[in-house]
Ligand binder design. Structure first.
Ligand code: NAD
Length: 283
């Protein structure tokens, strides 16, 4: 039976270190301050925004929420981003996804100052990620890397199958894992015969939002499984992986909840603090 990769415990541990870092910055008169722009009424987004706010408060970071109505015009958001980009009090900002239909999220992301881009989604920072010259990384991908490192799971030469090709999870994770010399396959909704890929994988990362996509007969013995998916099934939170069955074959596996989720929030806050330090000439 697989060992649990306890993301919650690691997030708590790292949270203590970060709290100390924030305290030290404050002693120098610097308080990390970041802004979340949320457009519309998406229920999940509101929950995520609130959980970030709670975490920020615990750490001593200031988080402002700009809640904009669902019919907000593109220009209004661009104007807000311009204002936050040039405000010296603000160290970081992000736009909560998804955005309403009339909004071009790509244009918003491209407008954010890369130096304040806590999600690392601006074209400049995406480029830096693939050039191995990055100062900020997308939080979920960074959290997964930290989890594997914490449990001393090597990636050198390993066959990794990442399922999901989103800009926030699959693609940046592939870049970070390539840096660790893993051999990466990225699967997605048009991939044929997913099982033939997952059966060969030493490490599987699933980020699709499809409950029970990964079943026990799709994985080899000893596999390491990282489940990013967050799905609500009959009122219960589950991942993409058939956890009870797959854990019998896995050597390590993340639970949902308590796996990747807490690390995402933790590493978002790490990004805020790192950008703040960088803007103030700290390493
Ligand atoms: P997304 O919708 O942008 O991307 C989903 C990806 O999954 C796409 O690339 C799609 O091609 C692929 N996919 C969908 N169905 C598939 C299938 N049957 N077979 C193979 N590939 C398939 O989603 P996202 O924003 O990357 O999020 C993915 C999941 O991860 C969601 O459940 C989301 O809630 C969750 N998520 C969790 C965290 C966390 O911190 N735990 C962070 C981000 C996203």
């Amino acid at each position: 039976m697989g060992k649990i990769l306890d993301g919650k415990a690691l997030a708590n541990l790292l949270g203590e270190n970060l709290k100390e870092k924030v305290k030290n910055l404050k002693a120098e008169g610097i308080t990390p301050h970041f802004c979340v722009i949320n457009i519309g009424d998406d229920t999940a987004s509101k929950i995520y925004v609130r959980s970030k706010k709670r975490k920020a408060e615990k750490l001593g970071i200031i988080q402002d929420i700009y809640q904009m109505p669902a019919d907000t015009k593109q220009q209004e958001v661009l104007d807000l981003i311009d204002k936050l980009n040039t405000d010296p009090e603000i160290n970081g900002l992000m736009v909560q996804m998804p955005t309403p239909e009339q909004i071009s999220a790509d244009e918003l992301l491209a407008r954010i100052d890369p130096n304040k881009d806590v999600d690392s989604l601006t074209p400049a920072n995406v480029g830096r990620l693939w050039l191995k010259d990055h100062f900020v990384e997308p939080a979920t991908a960074e959290g997964i890397m930290a989890l594997l490192k914490h449990y001393e799971i090597p990636l050198n030469g390993k066959n990794v199958v990442i399922i999901g090709r989103s800009n926030i999870v699959g693609k940046p994770l592939a870049a970070l894992m390539l840096e660790k010399n893993a051999t990466i396959t990225i699967a997605h909704s048009k991939t044929q015969n997913l099982a033939s890929l997952t059966k060969r994988a030493d490490v599987i990362v699933s980020a699709t939002g499809e409950p029970c996509l990964i079943k026990a007969d799709m994985v080899k013995d000893g596999v390491i499984v990282v489940d990013v998916g967050i799905n609500r099934v009959n009122g219960k939170l589950v991942g993409d992986v058939d956890f009870d069955a797959v854990k019998e074959k896995a050597s390590y596996i993340t639970p949902v909840p308590g796996g990747v989720g807490p690390l995402t929030v933790q590493f978002l806050m790490e990004a805020v603090v790192n950008l703040t330090r960088r803007q103030n000439g700290r390493k």
